[in-house]
Design a protein around this ligand. Sequence first.
Ligand code: PEP
Ligand code: MN
Length: 347
Amino acid sequence: MIIPKGSKLSPEQLAEVEKIAENFDCSILEIQGHNRCVYAILGDESREVMFKRIAGLHFIHRVDMIESPYKLMDRRSGLSDHSVKIGENKVGSVAPFIIGGPCTIDPDNPNLFLETAHALKEAGVNALRGGVWKPRTNPYSYQGDVKALEIILQAREETKLPIDLEVMDGEQLKIAHEAGVDVLQIGTRNALNYSLLKEVGSLTAGSKVSVLLKRGRHMASPNEFIAAAEYLVAAGNPNILLCPRGTTPILDGYRNHPDESITPLLKNRTWAPVIVDPSHSVGHADFVKACSIASIAYGADGLCIESHIEPSKGIGDDPKQAITPAVMKELIDACQMVWSNRYQTDF
Ligand code: PEP
Ligand code: MN
């Protein structure tokens, strides 16, 4: 990891660094953070001579060798002061960042989504979510419809809130990216799809687009989750949101095993904001508020919550796990109270 003295290397300086790296069969990847660029050495970086030559250049501040399977995501990396911005908000700065909206946008009833979006804005959410394409366990369940993209774009236009939606393959990725979607979600089923992660990272490299990476429900290890995020950053996009959303259920009663308690571990090991998804964790609207409050107490920077103006009219997960905008308002107030009084960790 190369940290320049200035905020960015000039093309000539970059060429000089690249030339040294090439002599050692390595290449250089520029990663654009909000405050400055850092440069990752790709290849076998454990060459002392290469390190010394690069570190000796007058425009280089430091070269760090981070012994970690996720050297860019690591808190000790040059990206540790990178902040992720969605719209005008720096995630995790003054209040929990709340993403809200239905599991699935009903393409035949646009008003349900639009009314939900306005009610959620009133309730205080910071971004809207809604499924356009859906990963369904049952192949005969509703799979999504590109028509829903127009609806969420219209909601953004009307509410001025940034939007988040899931993409599952390269084709959907291109459509969503061209439409200017602010946050691309990689769901639990694709959380280990390394080809897709690389594609998302490189297509959005250097842009303002954020990626909300859900934790795979089968993932036992926090490091495996962080390494998946590393793929996105190593492909060029450091705007990462880590999203625990429950793992394989071991409690009879919850949809998944709530894993908000992983938050301090993630914050201890990485610099990335943590946005917990309580809806898929517990899978039942009545338990979402408790899981949200617990997540904030654990140090989460925000929440991604399924919400629908009339859950019983929803499709996908909405009838069972979406909360109403009125409950969302209560939940945001309760979370804000916990946020303001929570123990300040200093990892
Ligand atoms: C969703 O957000 O609606 C969804 C399908 O998420 P997950 O990948 O967590 O199941
Ligand atoms: Mn859902």
